[in-house]
Design a protein around this ligand. Structure first.
Ligand code: MN
Length: 280
């Protein structure tokens, strides 16, 4: 099932070029981005997918053009990001970046307030001589939360998958600051639930800037697999329903400039386009 959050945080099920508003099938739904309904829904989705499918079948189809899609995440308690998780990207960073970093697998946090939906304009901040770059990433949302999740149980904790652009100010300084400006986390266009992704470890991820292909890699190139990432992160912090996790960037990171159109596409998941502008 493709779950979309749209307009004033309503829930839709996407069918082709349309969606069906299924908000009335959610007793926990409340208006407002901090009401918490999405997190409760994420936790209980598996027991309710049949109800939702029924609601989606009988509801009226609305063309996607007629709605405003929002990011498929509402007030997650955190965005957990994998650092340096593609073999080829690690090699690339070693040649680009002279900082004495240890390029070993680790996780870091990106501020949830950086999330924006598809069809959004990223307002590029003033960052002096440093570059602002794109990282195209396969992201997922946690359904059932947990702590110390064993690798072999990790798949059971994933609600579904989406596209994420981890916008980053390249250079020295704290990573959480460089990646947490408002608008630095375009997410979308919707969430494809896990049952529709037979092998998340074999998905092609592509990113174009103004039509030029910059990133083109398969999720099979990850150093730590998705279950290993979930398990690793959950040994540090409790993963809560609705949390966003992003698996790290493939190679080909590059600059984003004013006026650029950035498109990310992940096989079986979807395609999202955002534009970059400067504060006027
Ligand atoms: Mn990243």
């Amino acid at each position: 099932m493709k779950l979309a959050i749209f307009n004033e945080a309503r829930l839709g099920v996407v069918q082709g070029d349309c969606l069906v508003d299924v908000t009335s099938a959610l007793p926990e739904w409340e208006q407002g981005p901090f009401s918490g309904w999405w997190n409760r829904f994420s936790e209980s989705f598996s027991s309710r997918s049949a109800d939702l499918a029924r609601a989606a079948k009988s509801g009226k189809q609305i063309p996607l053009d007629a709605v405003r899609l929002q990011a498929p995440a509402l007030s997650p308690t955190k965005i957990v990001a994998a650092a340096a998780n593609y073999k080829t990207h690690v090699q690339e960073m070693r040649t680009l970046d002279h900082a004495k970093w240890l390029y070993e697998f680790g996780v870091f946090l990106k501020a949830p307030s950086s999330i924006v939906g598809p069809d959004t304009v990223i307002v590029l901040p003033e960052v002096g001589k440093r570059n602002i770059q794109h990282e195209s990433e396969l992201a997922f949302v946690i359904g059932k939360g947990g702590k110390d999740i064993p690798v072999e149980r990790a798949w059971d904790h994933i609600l579904g998958y989406t596209c994420l652009i981890d916008v980053t100010v390249r250079g020295d300084g704290d990573r959480s600051e460089r990646k947490s400006y408002d608008g630095f986390c375009p997410l979308g266009p919707w969430l494809v639930t896990s049952d529709e992704i037979p092998d998340a470890q074999n998905l092609q991820i592509r990113l174009w800037v103004n039509g030029e292909l910059r990133q083109d890699c398969n999720s099979s190139d990850m150093i730590k697999t998705i279950p290993e990432f979930v398990s690793y992160a959950s040994r540090v912090m409790t993963l809560n329903p609705g949390d966003v996790m992003t698996t790290g960037s493939p190679p080909g990171v590059g600059d984003i400039r004013e006026g650029d159109e950035i498109v990310v596409e992940i096989e079986r998941v979807g395609r999202m386009a955002v534009r970059a502008t400067r504060k006027s």
